[in-house]
Design a protein around this ligand. Sequence first.
Ligand SMILES: Nc1ncnc2c1ncn2[C@@H]1O[C@H](COP(=O)(O)OP(=O)(O)OP(=O)(O)O)[C@@H](O)[C@H]1O
Ligand SMILES: [Mg+2]
Length: 391
Amino acid sequence: MTAAALEPPLLDVDSLLDDMSTSIIVCCGSGGVGKTTTAAALALRAAERGRRVVVLTIDPARRLAQAMGLEALDNTPRPVEGIDESAGGSLDAMMLDMKRTFDEVVEAHASPDRAAQILANPFYQAVSTSFSGTSEYMAMEKLGQLRAQASVHGGSGEQPWDLIVVDTPPSRSALDFLDAPRRLSSFLDGRFIRLLMAPAKASGRAYMKVFTGAVGGVTSVMTRLLGAQVLQDVQTFVAAMDTMFGGFRERAEATYSMLADAGTSFLVVAAPDPDSLREASYFVERLSAEDMPLEGLVLNRVATTAVPTLSAERALAAAEDLEEDGAHEVTAGLLRLHGARMQRRAREQSVASRFFAAHPRVPVAQVPARPGDVHDLDGLRSVGEDLAARA
Ligand SMILES: Nc1ncnc2c1ncn2[C@@H]1O[C@H](COP(=O)(O)OP(=O)(O)OP(=O)(O)O)[C@@H](O)[C@H]1O
Ligand SMILES: [Mg+2]
């Protein structure tokens, strides 16, 4: 099989966006590949084609956030100014504040006293900002909230949102956000927590007994290891969260089935390099193993050239000739640049074609690399055009 023979099916982005049964689009992929950019570009394009869209972004680059009017990290979707609403669509955007979302969950599911107790707890404060998986979990939690909100009111207009575009956190481990609800609930369910809870449970309502050192064994060892204060924090936290365990698990399951729903579409974003495409392969396989609706691959930042017919070899040879003559420095420089670009393109095409061969049925959209960042609405619009390009 030659590289050139491998043409993947084209991802039909506009059909996806125009299909009113598409209600959630999730952009996932490894770190730094363009998930946030892709999510924002798709959301803008959908809105300008008439959809009522809310985009949930995570850690957008500063300038992009500003361009979308995302100045405050307040967990509330706000209308994006400067979009073309002539087709009847609208665009709201928000940045996820992970800690704030966690707090909202606590406030919504515990009594006011309990909530205040949990929020003030140092262990809670540590867990809610640093437990691995919380940002993925909170992104899904927020998605659930937006989805519930979408059917009731919606954002900038009177009409409810009909499309939610979701960016995902830069996860070291691929697809953390799928595992996160399960991991969080198994952490809360786990052995460590059960050990802590056991003496308290055994002694009925008196959690305090644990702290007074009346119970022996595990707890006193842990008290020595961790210090009484830390242990007390953990136990108060767990006791307070106890009533919410069922809620966490139920919502994790609800989110999971929402993701598996036919109205959801996953797009895997990748850069045309071996690491990123290896990760993308894993995503594609994992999504299909979980029966999650994979829509296609976005291959972002591909090298392009205006003169694809001039080979790297010819360009570099011509540059060398010109340099030997000691003239036409600028032309020689441009030829070298073109040569390097063509070489990069060839390398990219060869890694990409390995992916295409391994996943021949996954539709692909390719987005050329820009000379600079994508940091304003015009930049997003042009990425949107490339995503939807039919050639
Ligand atoms: N096609 C492109 N051409 C040029 N620059 C791009 C392109 N796509 C994205 N970028 C730039 O690359 C950087 C990373 O993009 P982005 O923030 O979308 O990636 P990400 O996958 O969300 O990263 P993270 O995993 O850190 O969240 C940004 O500065 C963005 O402007
Ligand atoms: Mg991002």
